[in-house]
Structures are given as structure tokens and as C-alpha cells.
Design a protein around this ligand. Sequence first.
Ligand code: IPE
Ligand code: IPE
Ligand code: MG
Length: 247
Amino acid sequence: MEPLKEQINPARLPKHIAIIMDGNGRWAKGQGQDRLFGHYHGVQSVRNVTEACAELGVEYLTLYAFSTENWERPPDEVSGLMELLVDTIQKEVPTLHKNNIRLHVIGKTEMLPEKTISVLGDAIRETASNSGLNLIMALSYSSRWEMGEAARQIGLAVKAGKLDPETIDQECFQKYLCTRNFPDPELMIRTSGEHRISNFLLYQLAYAELFFTPVLWPDFQKENLYEAILDFQTRERRFGKTSEQLG
Ligand code: IPE
Ligand code: IPE
Ligand code: MG
């Protein structure tokens, strides 16, 4: 059998892959360790998947790293995750550069600790001229927050006389989402065997192909990503049309 990577058809590569990185806690528990141990090991999976996407020529990779609901977790886990985030970003900037990767962040970032905000801001600025893979970290993100925020911004623009309410349509609405500069994901992967969306990109996933795997995030390797892409390439994407219409 040809290696999985070689079986991928480069002409049908998803432009944008989104991943719900789930199962760190269960992975750690399985080894009798605390949840943070799982988060630490999850970082290697982030590296592997990012590198694999850059090598394949995927243009956008969105990683769900922390939801607005995750703020409700025990304070030790939240602060441990924030420290891990700062450390990882600081360490990885040279690698992002080397691989021509541009970092973006989406989410209610004002809720993040000051240090995290400043480290992220630096990394975003430093990688802004890279032209390869766009790595989008969803941090303190939830889709309902994003849509509520878009509605608020639209209301403010109308009030200020900058937006005619008669012109509000899907195209206009999309411009107020924090994903306005990115195409919709074509493939969404969730690890850890959970079959749900957990408030992730509800609007943008309208026509995404969904791939669920029981693999826990710290065990997720490049091969698992190739498997998801190969599965994606077998799907017939009809967008409401009939099979015959697709030709
Ligand atoms: C995903 O792993 C990482 C975050 C949500 C930050 P979890 O921490 O949700 O791990 P499980 O689902 O409890 O195993
Ligand atoms: C979703 O995972 C959020 C991230 C992976 C960042 P959760 O573990 O928080 O989701 P639920 O609670 O199982 O739905
Ligand atoms: Mg989870």
C-alpha cells in the first residue's frame, strides 16, 4: 500500500481545515496523571498537524484551543492552560517563521490575561508578512459570542449612520464575523469520540464535511490527519444540488 500521504489528491485538498482538539483530560487520566499533563502533550499534536498542513499546502488551519465555556473549568486548569499557551507561542515563533506560517487569533481575547494578550499580539505582528499556511487559533472563542458580537457591531454601525439596514444580507453579516478574512472550513475534524460541535464556527460550518475520530488529541498524528483528508476526498459535496447536476 502506498503511504497515506501519497494517496492524497493535491487537486482536491481542503483549503481550510478546522479542528476541535478534544480528549486531553481523558488521555491524562488514562495514565493516572492530572489534566494539565494531557494539555502539555497536546502541544506536540498541534506541532505535528500544523507542520503536516504546511507541507501539504493547506491554506488555512483553525484550531479550537479554548472555548468561552472553558473559563468555567477549575481555576488551576485555566491558569495552567494560559501559561502553557504563552510558553508555547514564545517558543514556536521561530518555527512559524521557518515554515512561512502566519498566526491569527479569533475569540473574545479581552478575557485573556494581559501577558497572554501581549505575547499573542507580538507573535501575530511578527508573522504578519508570512505567506504560507494561515494558522488561526480560536481562543476564548464561541460561535454564539461571535454572532452576538457581530449583531452588536452591526447595530452600532447603523446607529452611527455608516450602514444602511436595508443592505444587511448574508454577505454583509459575514463581514462582521471574526472569520471575515478566511474562507469557510471545508473539513471539520473532532477528536476524542464526541459527536458534537460545542459552539464552534456554527455559521461557517454550514457546508463543511465532518470527520469524527475516537483518537484522543495527544495521540493524534500526521497519519490521522491524512486519513481525515482521504475520507474528505471520497465525499460528494452537493451543496443542495442533485448528484447529476454536479457532472
Ligand atoms: C481539550 O481537551 C482541550 C481543551 C478543551 C482546552 P479536554 O480538556 O476537553 O479533554 P477531555 O475532553 O476532558 O478529555
Ligand atoms: C471543546 O471541547 C472546546 C475545545 C476543544 C477547545 P470541550 O471539551 O470543552 O467540549 P464539551 O464540553 O465536551 O462539549
Ligand atoms: Mg473535552
